[in-house]
Design a protein around this ligand. Structure first.
Ligand code: AVI
Length: 310
């Protein structure tokens, strides 16, 4: 479905909703990079601290000669820690990032080719599910698939299960999957991570309206909208919403329609699920994995789970 088609459907639905994947245009991706550096947004630092302390242990637990596939294209520190650890065990390495964004894939490929003469980067520009079916056979090497950053948390539970099933299909028994997941914790910590004091997360959220204005000829007035992120404890997820500050009507030229919003009506723009360890275990088991080991940071905020295909 196109952006215009999804916007038409989402703004016609009750309650109104827009898919979180649309948060990541160039400006949205740049804002997300900033979010990862905010004092309140503990996720990135927690996962980086786990990988800083345990990359070699993780790679040793994978065992054998391996190739590494990543869902998303990790330009950042975290992936490099694992690549470095793998290169301590083998002289060369094939690394296959899968990302829908061609600019992200190109940047990663260029940077890694420049820095690591012993890494052969073979990028796939497509969505995860398609990319997983298009991986070529990996000979005798073990395959390690990475899914970092708690990106799994932005999937609805059924989508998370479907992704794990697809990952399992791309692996042979004995191959491994490293998945990072943010853990359930107190409301105050969670809500402050998504309501930072600089207002970057608010800008990240509101950029979705700007994107509709830019790409679809929308007429959203940003001053009439505010950002809200709350922990829905029953569902175990932080929800991001855009809240209409007044009763208003917004035309979107490319859709040829006008959408009406009541005062305080919201558009649900993202869910970020927080996991209990047993939920990860169940997801893993149902997809045909066993948990080799879970590493967490000193505050037990985040888990890095190494799963092995059975
Ligand atoms: C990318 N993803 C794991 C982030 C999260 O925490 O759910 C996206 C994000 N949304 C607001 N802040 C960060």
């Amino acid at each position: 479905m196109s952006f215009a088609g999804d916007v038409r459907l989402g703004l016609s639905a009750r309650p109104k909703t827009l898919a979180s994947k649309y948060l990541y245009d160039d400006l949205g991706s740049a804002l997300f990079e900033v979010i990862c550096r905010l004092p309140e947004y503990y996720l990135t630092r927690a996962e980086a601290s786990i990988l800083q302390a345990h990359s070699q242990e993780i790679i040793d637990a994978v065992g054998g000669t391996m190739e590494i596939v990543e869902l998303g294209s990790g330009t950042a520190v975290k992936t490099r820690l694992l690549l470095d650890a793998a290169l301590k065990r083998q002289p060369t390495l094939r690394y296959r990032p899968i990302d829908i964004s061609s600019s992200a894939v190109l940047e990663t490929t260029a940077a890694l080719n420049h820095e690591y003469p012993n890494i052969h980067v073979e990028a796939l520009t497509t969505d995860y599910l398609d990319g997983l079916t298009r991986l070529s056979p990996n000979g005798v090497a073990r395959r390690l698939i990475l899914f970092l950053g708690s990106n799994i948390g932005n999937f609805e539970p059924y989508e998370a299960q479907r992704t794990l099933d697809a990952v399992r299909q791309a692996l042979r028994p004995g191959d491994t999957f490293l998945v990072g997941a943010d853990l359930r914790k107190d409301r105050a910590t969670l809500e402050s991570a998504y309501n930072d004091s600089l207002g970057v997360t608010a800008a990240f959220n509101k950029n979705l309206l700007l994107r509709i204005d830019r790409e679809l000829g929308g007429h959203f007035d940003l001053a009439a909208w505010s950002h809200r992120a709350t922990y829905n404890e029953a569902e175990g997820r932080v929800e991001m919403h855009l809240v209409s500050e007044s009763r208003q009507e917004v035309p979107i030229d490319a859709i040829g329609a006008t959408f009406a919003f009541d005062k305080n009506e919201t558009i649900h723009t993202e869910s970020s699920y927080k996991y209990e360890p047993q939920q990860i275990e169940r997801l893993a088991r149902d997809a045909g994995f066993e948990i080799v080991r879970t590493w967490s940071d000193s505050a037990d905020a985040f888990g890095s789970n190494l799963l092995r295909a059975v």
